[in-house]
Ligand binder design. Structure first.
Ligand code: DGJ
Length: 749
């Protein structure tokens, strides 16, 4: 809604680009990024706490920035290129750069001079600074963008590259951001989210020692967030806590291969180089084409990691996510309840169960498509043929959607549009549409026959879009698509790209994916889209520009989900984090946890189910119905509120967090006990955060198991925000996997 409002103001005609003077401040509510033109170079002289006069940054610029190091990487140019200087203080460093070009004539260096700077208030309400940088020796231009979203203390930055040289140039390195932050600090601590299938978003924090460069990367090409999430938090001086400390954080909005390099240099400067990577060799850029590099989303604060997360969450809901303010529905997904083995009756029975539980949507996962010998009854066939399997579902998709509607449910479906099985009508008809190497045997991934479609080829994208469109048209009740992608890049080669441009496949695939998503989005703006890639492999802000949420992990064990969701919450908001209650013993870990615990954990994000309701006992159904009703009541606080992480599961054997709505009238807190040890691990009083100290809140424990004792002191009492935050609620946890859900509602005072 906010997006539309801003757009209306913009189109009413207030957007005029203004030229920029030699000193310029890009301002957000609490932070400033200061730019200064010195000679023909643009420098960044401050990024941190807000200042008011641009020239102050120049007056206070540290002389060490001017370059006294023999490695010459400490001149704070806004975009560092591989240049020809090798002495300190040089214009461009030969050793460590974010842009490394082999020009058409074979020259290895680039120099970027100012060719104009302007600023505009853009269509999203951001102040958008553009620096045009040109190489005096070549018709080669980099346009650098800095886009400040004042309310969230967020600055997006990226670069566009274009040239008119007589022949293609080779981009060896093509980072979106490549600069040294204008600060000098002895200690830097890097927090990242490593992980893989089933354990996404783990938390790792280590110092980056002097002289060290730490590289994060995902070379998957598709599952961008496996290996490492494309994000980082850097604490300066000392590791920041949730509530204090200087932090600079970033997230790269890219779903393909990427690298982020962080350098603690020899004079205690901090370098950041982040962008799409080219694992197979340089990207060949033809004359006249503009290469738009992915956005790096930056924020900084002196108030700790919790504030970093809240900045990202608010920006994501208001700006980046599709329909970031729409309530996310409580859905039941068929996967863990039925896998590939279902009939129409299985699905309508599940719909009945969804209705009984109080759910709002039913989603058919994998296994509904492909015909004849290509029917999808396991992972070996069917991908690529997005037509309903009429042997399995004779009444078709529209009928299923109607069945859902009759039960008061919306309807959703699973697809994996970037893939094919070699056993599919699509792959048989168009073998040249698959990523493949001309001289090698085609390797099959999942099911032995899964291959990746060549999305660099517009004809392939046209076909996929056409099939998805036809499927959507055939099912008027469809309101949700789960978009899966269960492969890394394999058979990395393109029949479409010329032989001398094969290495472009990594970047052009993801650019093709975004083209496909943008066109789908334009045609079906109301469609909800789940970003899935073997679980949380697409937890990135590139895909999330088109999506409403992401599937957080195939690991649905509530115990391990606490860690995974804790990690995801560092950068991604609760409204986008799909979290499903599943059956026990858990499919992946075989762990048995109480139903209440599973609910409390899934309520950290967008609650859903993934089980067959007919396997639930009457007692479980009754409990679940009440829990769903509770979630509907607190959904706006969780999905749209601010998150405060109170006790980390990485530091204690329980975890706690709370959410507070914008007006600070309503809040919800959860406490998750893990393995309890008698006598040694009494939880501290739960000191809530983010409440209004002057307001008085009625405190109510909800989602309780009948007959069990209260977990909190002060239940149903009215207590001031100041006492809840200052003294804290005494809490008790008993036994393994005990949990507490608390609702706080401000009363008139
Ligand atoms: C992987 C996803 O992460 C699962 O949720 C499920 O959709 C399967 N793919 C289906 O093949």
């Amino acid at each position: 809604m906010k997006k539309q409002l801003v757009l209306a103001v913009f189109s009413a005609g207030c957007a005029f680009a203004a030229p920029v003077g030699n000193d310029f401040l890009l301002q957000t509510k609490n932070t400033s990024m200061a730019f200064s033109k010195q000679g023909d170079s643009w420098l960044m002289l401050h990024y941190g706490k807000r200042i008011e006069r641009a020239e102050d940054a120049r007056l206070l610029a540290n002389s060490r920035y001017a370059g006294s190091s023999y490695l010459c990487e400490n001149k704070p140019l806004t975009y560092l290129t591989a240049g020809s200087d090798s002495y300190s203080g040089g214009r461009a460093c030969t050793k460590f750069a974010g842009l490394s070009v082999i020009h058409a004539d074979g020259t290895l260096s680039s120099e970027l001079h100012d060719a104009g700077a302007e600023t505009v208030r853009d269509e999203a309400g951001a102040e958008h600074l553009t620096l045009t940088l040109r190489d005096p020796a070549y018709p080669f231009t980099v346009t650098q963008h800095f886009r400040a979203f004042a309310a969230y203390d967020i600055i997006e930055t990226w670069a566009e590259i274009r040239h008119e040289e007589p022949a293609p140039v080779k981009l060896v390195q093509m980072d979106s951001a490549a600069f040294f932050f204008p600060l000098i600090t002895k200690k830097f601590y890097l927090m990242t989210l490593p992980g893989q299938w089933g354990s996404e978003g783990q938390i790792e924090e280590t110092p980056v020692g002097k002289g060290q460069t730490v590289t994060l990367d995902s070379r998957s090409g598709i599952r961008s967030a496996m290996g490492s999430n494309a994000s980082f938090m850097l604490s300066l001086d000392a590791p920041a806590s949730e509530t204090s400390g200087r932090v600079i954080a970033g997230a790269l909005a890219w779903s393909g291969a990427w690298t982020i390099r962080i350098q603690h240099d020899q004079i205690d400067g901090l370098g950041l180089f982040a962008g799409a990577s080219n694992p197979s060799g340089p990207y060949t850029l033809i004359p006249g084409k503009t290469l738009v590099l992915p956005k790096l989303v930056l924020t900084t604060t002196e108030s700790g990691k919790g504030q970093v997360s809240r900045n990202f969450h608010r920006w994501a809901r208001d700006i980046q996510l599709h329909e970031g303010h729409a309530p996310r529905p409580i859905l039941l997904n068929s996967w863990e309840g039925a896998y590939f083995t279902f009939t129409e009756k299985t699905l309508t029975d599940m719909m009945d169960g969804t209705k009984t539980l109080g759910g709002e949507m039913f989603v058919v996962d994998d296994g509904w498509f492909g015909r004849g010998s290509y029917a999808r009854n396991d992972a070996t066939s069917g991908l690529g043929d997005w037509v309903v399997n009429d042997a399995k579902l004779p009444h078709g998709l529209a009928w299923l959607a109607d069945q859902a509607k009759e039960r008061g449910l919306n309807f959703g479906i699973w697809v994996e549009p970037e893939m094919a099985n070699t056993n599919s009508a699509l792959a048989v008809a168009h073998p040249d549409w698959l990523l493949r190497e001309r001289t090698r045997v085609l390797r099959g991934g999942r099911g032995g026959s899964q291959v990746v479609l060549d999305l660099t080829n517009p004809a392939v994208r046209e076909n996929v879009l056409g099939q998805l469109d036809a499927m959507i048209a055939s099912c008027p009740g469809l309101s949700y698509i789960k978009w899966d992608a269960n492969s890394h890049f394999q058979n990395v080669g393109s029949e479409y790209l010329p032989r001398d441009r094969q290495a472009n496949v990594w970047f052009d695939y993801t650019a093709g994916l975004y083209d496909l998503l943008a066109r789908l989005r334009a045609k079906h703006p109301g469609l909800q889209l789940n970003a899935c890639s073997s679980g949380g492999g697409r937890m990135d802000y590139g895909f999330l520009r088109y999506a409403t949420e992401f599937w957080t992990s195939d690991d649905t064990d509530a115990r391990q989900r606490i860690l995974i969701q804790w990690g995801a919450s560092q950068f991604y908001p609760a409204c986008a984090m799909a979290a499903h209650v599943t059956a026990v013993p858990n499919l992946q870990t075989k762990r048995v946890t109480p139903l209440k615990f599973r609910f409390d954990v899934a309520m950290m994000g967008r609650l859903g189910f993934e089980l067959h309701p007919e396997n639930m006992t009457d007692e479980d159904v009754a409990f679940a119905r009440a829990a769903v009703a509770d979630y509907k009541r607190i959904r706006p606080i969780i999905q749209q509120g601010d998150l405060y992480r109170l006790v980390s599961p990485w530091e204690a054997n329980y975890a706690a967090l709370n959410y507070v709505d914008e007006k600070k009238d309503r809040a919800v807190a959860f406490v998750y006990g893990m393995t309890r040890l008698i006598g040694t691990d009494f939880p501290e009083p739960l000191r809530l955060q983010g409440l209004d100290p002057a307001k008085r809140y009625r405190v109510t424990e909800f989602n309780r198991v009948k007959g069990n004792k209260e977990h909190i002191k002060g239940n149903k009492k009215v207590i001031s925000g100041s006492a809840l935050m200052g003294i804290g609620l005494p809490i008790r946890l008993q036994g393994d996997f005990d949990s507490i859900a608390i609702e706080l509602t401000a009363e008139n005072h």
